[in-house]
Design a binder for this molecule. Structure first.
Ligand code: NDP
Ligand code: GDR
Length: 361
């Protein structure tokens, strides 16, 4: 048996999932390469702790400048790295932003996936390289059936969802046309203390921290009725890895099987900081009031409503349980508690100007 370390390439390594996946793979003995984008300010905060001095023996973590919109760059990185496994997590991943940048979202999320698959073919790596695609429950979009599983029809409701639809099917097509070991993980929402600050869960937990520390007055949100199946990102990256360890490539739903409204998430998060929310009014006039102080701490800003919304997501991960032996471990109350505690700890040290930006996104 060969004792060669497996080599993984992760696009989107600087993101939430990329950082947890890199930790998991390093712990399993992989050599991990990641693609990071050039930016004018630091964007490696989530993986800085994984850096080792390149002169140390056995170093296994490398970053390369690159971009999913740049085909020649991707081909060169793949040729250099010769990965056994590619995890394509890079994407413009914000649904609301995709309505403002639909062309860029299609370029990075749809064509970016195609560019990677073509790079594998151009370099003749079809037989040695396995490919994971970060597909999404946003594919289900307008509710066709619940709970959603691998057989539920897709009906995306955003430029992001439509771009990911292309990516999903081009992965299936390359698997069938060229025999690539290429798989889709159709992942429902997963969160963590490392979640981007403009996704609703982190926006809420940051605001709860800031409000409880007296650094913010009120949290402005959009659609409180949207229902999401929220799990913990650390559990979900384990599922990604399991998908690529299968002999046969295939597509899998990863989900917790439980759904909650945004309103409920906010209640749980405020409760972590000792605040009980009472709701008054409806529609754009609905407010969340802290019972003890009588202060309005949640308001609605129609700015945060989307032109088309995904109302209800709840996944059925029975296939993943059966074939991969995967199931989520962290339940929503524990996830919320971890996120609020982390944000309170971070926010204590944050300057008021930064803390006051809690209503973006
Ligand atoms: P994040 O937004 O946290 O991370 C996205 C990553 O993609 C970042 O590293 C970002 O770089 C990088 N990226 C963005 N555009 C490009 C580009 N043009 N070229 C190269 N890299 C790029 O997302 P998550 O970690 O939450 O999600 C990971 C993947 O899983 C995404 O594809 C997302 O769409 C998908 N997904 C996520 C779910 C979730 O609930 N989190 C659920 C289902 C699917 P930078 O740091 O420089 O911005
Ligand atoms: P989502 O995540 O669109 O599900 O995509 P997000 O947290 O942005 O929204 C979830 C729901 O909350 C509602 N909402 C708000 N959303 C944001 N961002 N800000 C607000 O103020 C707000 N108020 C209410 C939204 O309308 C929505 O219904 C995430 C991303 O990680 C995708 O990349 C991934 O594919 C899917 O999850 C599965």
């Amino acid at each position: 048996m060969s004792d060669r370390r497996k080599v993984a390439l992760i696009t989107g390594i600087t993101g939430q999932d990329g950082s947890y996946l890199a930790e998991l793979l390093l712990a399993k003995g992989y050599i991990v390469h990641g693609i990071k984008r050039r930016s004018s300010s630091f964007n490696t905060g989530r993986v800085d702790h994984l850096y080792r001095d390149l002169h140390e023996p056995g170093v296994g973590f490398f970053l390369h400048y690159g971009d999913l919109t740049d085909a020649t760059n991707l081909i060169r990185i793949l040729a250099e790295v010769q990965p056994d496994e590619i995890y394509n997590l890079g994407a413009q991943s914000h649904v609301a932003v995709s309505f403002e940048t639909p062309e860029y979202t299609a370029n990075s999320d749809a064509l970016g996936t195609l560019r990677l698959l073509e790079a594998i073919r151009i370099l003749g790596m079809e037989k040695r390289t396995r490919f994971y695609q970060a597909s999404t429950s946003e594919l289900y979009g307008k509710v066709q059936a619940v709970p959603q599983d691998e057989t539920t029809p897709f009906y995306p409701r955003s430029p992001y969802g439509v771009a990911k639809l292309y990516a999903y099917w081009i992965v299936v097509n390359y698997r069938e046309a060229y025999g690539l070991h290429a798989s889709n993980g159709v992942l429902f929402n997963h969160e963590s203390p490392r979640r981007g600050e403009t996704f609703v869960t982190r926006k809420i937990t940051r605001a709860v921290a800031a409000i409880s520390l007296g650094k913010q007055d009120c949290l402005w949100l959009g659609n409180l009725d949207a229902q999401r199946d929220w799990g913990h990102a650390r559990d979900f990256v384990e599922g990604m890895w399991r998908i690529l360890q299968q002999e046969t490539p295939d597509d899998y739903v990863l989900a917790t099987g439980k759904t909650h409204t945004v309103r409920r998430f906010a209640e749980l998060a405020f409760a972590e900081a000792g605040m009980t929310l009472d709701w008054r009014g409806d529609g754009a006039d609905e407010v969340g009031i802290d019972r003890a102080s009588g202060r309005v701490v949640v308001r609605i800003d129609p700015e945060y409503f989307r032109p088309t919304e995904v109302d209800l997501l709840i996944g059925n991960a029975a296939k993943a349980r059966r074939v991969l032996g995967w199931s989520h471990k962290v339940a929503l109350p524990d996830l919320v508690a971890e996120m609020v505690a982390s944000d309170i700890a971070l926010m204590r040290d944050e300057a008021p100007a930064q803390a006051g930006q809690g209503n973006r996104g």
